[in-house]
Each structure stands twice: as C-alpha cells, then as structure tokens.
Design a protein around this ligand. Sequence first.
Ligand SMILES: C[S@@+](CC[C@H](N)C(=O)[O-])C[C@H]1O[C@@H](n2cnc3c(N)ncnc32)[C@H](O)[C@@H]1O
Length: 176
Amino acid sequence: MREPYSEVTADYELWSCQDIDSTEDEVIELVGSLVRAMKPRLCVEVGSHVGLSSFEIGRALERNGRGHLHCFESTPQAARAVRERTAGLPVTVHPMTDLRFDPSELPGRVDFLFVDGDLDNRGASMNHWRDSLSENHVVAVHDSLKHWEVRQSIETAGFSERLDIVTPRGISLLRF
Ligand SMILES: C[S@@+](CC[C@H](N)C(=O)[O-])C[C@H]1O[C@@H](n2cnc3c(N)ncnc32)[C@H](O)[C@@H]1O
C-alpha cells in the first residue's frame, strides 16, 4: 500500500508499506543496508510486529557471514509470525517487552539497536539499552519525525550525534 498522509514530507505518496504497523518498505531496506555496511556482531530490535525488518536485518547478517539479531516483540501472535519469517536466519525472537530483559544476558555489547516499539516507550527502551552499546554503535529510532512522543524522547535522551532521515514517519540515527 502507499504510505498514508504525513505532514513530514509533501512527497509522502512516494513511499510504501505492507501495512500501517510495518515500517516503510524503503526504511526497511535502509536498515538492512546499514547492517550490511556496519558488519555488526550484535543487533537488537525492539518491536518487530510481523518481522519485516527482522527478516531484512537477519538476511543482511547472513550475507555478512557474522552477527546475530535479538528481536523483542511483546504481542505473542506477532512474535510467532516473526519466528516463522526469520526461520533459518541468525535471529532469536524474544516474545516479551525488551524492558523485562537483562542486557547482560547477551554475549556482548550491542552494535546496532533498532528502536521501533510503541510510540510512548521509545525513551524507556533507549535508556534500557544505552549502557550496553558498543563503542561504534548506531541507534536507529523509527517514527522520529512524525510523532511528538518519539521526537521528545529523542530530545531528552542525551545523544552525542544525530542524523534525521526524512521519510513520512522519519528515522533518526543516533550515537550516545
Ligand atoms: C511499529 S510496530 C514494529 C514494526 C517493525 N519494526 C517493522 O519494521 O515492520 C511496533 C511493535 O512493537 C511491539 N512493542 C511495543 N513496545 C514493545 C517493547 N517495549 N518490547 C517489545 N515489543 C514492543 C508492538 O507489539 C508492535 O508489534
């Protein structure tokens, strides 16, 4: 489907998405390309919905020949869909909110963090993971330009670098 109206860009109809809860197709491709370019060892995705971005990250890691994705999806039925979609890829699906998971259980620091949960819990997720990020990490926060809750959570997060990519919903690349 075409991306619905967004006041972020007058060209919003140039983007597409599979359903309104899934990230824009073009942003999913961007996230996959970032993973291809960065060669991260450890990736975390907060909020997988039906796993379109999880699949793209997992496929990028497989092509890289190293790295693993841990996805967190709090809706059990959605988490099952993510598990099916990413079967055979270097992906572990955690059917739970990321905030209940202890980051020290992971085998290292997180190189790439994709924050795409509910609009009102992005700040909590950034706080939860920030002490577990690696030196060259990238944190990608989706919906960062369309929704004030997400904009506000980024502004109060205390990042050191920020790049906003203009899409109908927006994605911001942060370094803490
Ligand atoms: C916008 S959708 C994610 C879209 C997905 N990343 C994609 O690219 O298609 C948000 C999802 O996050 C889940 N969710 C919200 N807060 C969460 C949290 N803190 N931990 C895990 N899942 C969460 C919701 O159940 C929902 O399925």
